[in-house]
Design a protein around this ligand. Structure first.
Ligand SMILES: *Cc1c(COP(=O)(O)O)cnc(C)c1O
Length: 389
């Protein structure tokens, strides 16, 4: 059975052109970029070309890009690096309650070693109110970290406004743009952000490689100490093939993101319309408009998301449920609870996230099978029987 993959926010397949660009650096071009013979000049310049491509994806200059081991490392670097370098000045950090765990658990760690963190609430659409950011600022606030777009519900945050507030108050601003990069045009100068995280495998690049934008002249502590790779900001022999893949993926995103959106958004919109029409008692989670064009998160009342996920899996359809992000645990998602979805409905949540390899047929298949699965599960559910009259 052919898989129907509808989980692009979890990870994307590698674009074949990215794969082709990477292969030489896994075979004959293996030379350490720090060495001095001519073959190492090739690998060194391949890294610098990739840096330029990543920089142009977000309107940065190449010197402002540090390659990392992925989105999680970029988030850790930005937050811990700022905390460690500014702890004399203050120990208060502001973030939101719907961040990715790479941000939330980094903040939790910092709390253990004496930092204080404010986790801002969001409204029912998942929006952080910029005024609540302003109100949370204290004399000892050193960092504001608010995500660009949420991975579970797709809500896009008012980060321009939040950046402005941070700037007015002389506080550093970091944004986790892992879900935005490659989907939405980003201009770091225009936003006025100090640090921005991205990850290649969320836009058809390889896993285990990401980047952190650090604004020119901003100095924060490093996480990985050692050699002088990445201008001393991230030691260790470079993941050359990964970095080349990330650069190629960025180049493709720059050239093709508009076309991809034209293709994906109508599919997502049709999926949303048809499911609303065919399945009674479902809720749409996330902002109706300020939302990633590929993401649809629904709460199916009176059933378990895990159950639906299993039946979809039998049909070859891969999606995420509302508890998948706390992987292994069946706790409902912190994001859904933060937007006020009642626990019992959060348990029945599903995330569909589409990408450029999805077709009309993929969406048709889902529209065709999901109503039946829900009906079957509801028929067996005591919750449904007591609610349906
Ligand atoms: C996937 C994701 C991350 C983590 O990125 P990795 O490259 O998997 O470490 C961080 N933040 C958001 C919003 C994500 O979607």
């Amino acid at each position: 059975m052919k898989e129907i993959y509808l989980d692009y926010n979890a990870t994307t397949p590698l674009d074949p052109r990215v794969f082709d660009a990477m292969i030489p650096f896994l075979k004959e071009m293996y030379h350490n970029p720090s060495s001095l013979y001519k073959n190492s000049k090739f690998t060194k310049s391949a890294i610098e070309e990739s840096r330029e491509k990543i920089a142009s994806l977000i309107g940065a200059s190449p010197k402002e890009i540090v390659f990392t081991g992925g989105g999680s490392e970029s988030d850790n670097h930005a937050i811990k690096g700022t905390a460690f370098s500014l702890m004399e000045k203050g120990k208060h950090i502001i973030t939101s309650s719907i961040e990715h765990h790479a941000v939330l658990n980094t903040c939790k760690f910092l709390e253990k070693i004496g930092f204080e963190v404010t986790y801002l609430p969001v409204n029912k659409h998942g929006i952080v109110d910029p005024e609540s950011v302003r109100d949370a600022i204290r004399d000892d606030t050193i960092l504001i970290s608010i995500m660009y777009a949420n991975n579970e519900i797709g809500t896009i945050e008012p980060i321009n406004k939040i950046a402005e507030i941070a700037q007015e108050n002389g506080i550093l601003f970091h944004t986790d743009a892992v879900q935005a990069a490659g989907k939405i045009p980003i201009d770091v100068k225009d936003i006025g952000v100090d640090m921005l995280s991205l990850s290649a495998h969320k836009f058809y690049g390889p896993k285990g490689v990401g980047a952190l934008y650090i604004r020119k002249k901003l100095r924060i502590d490093s996480l990985i100490h050692g050699g002088m790779q990445e201008r001393g900001k991230r030691a260790g022999t470079e993941n050359i093939s990964g970095i080349v893949g990330a650069g190629k993926a960025a180049e493709i995103a720059i050239n093709e993101h508009a076309v991809e959106k034209e293709k994906i958004k109508p599919l997502r919109d049709r999926l949303e319309r048809e499911l609303k029409k065919r399945i009674p008692d479902i809720l749409i989670n996330g902002h109706p408009e300020k939302r990633l064009y590929n993401t649809l998160n629904i709460a199916v009342k009176y059933v378990e998301g895990e159950g639906i996920l299993t039946f979809l899996d039998f049909e070859g359809i891969s999606v995420s449920s509302g508890s998948a992000c706390a992987s292994g645990s069946l706790d409902p998602s912190h994001v859904l609870l933060a937007i006020g979805v009642p626990v019992e409905h959060a348990h029945g949540s599903l995330r569909f996230s589409l990408g450029k390899y999805n077709t009309e047929d993929d969406v048709n298949k889902l529209i065709e099978v999901l109503p039946g699965i829900v009906e079957k599960l509801r028929f067996m559910s005591p919750l449904w029987k007591s609610n349906a009259v």
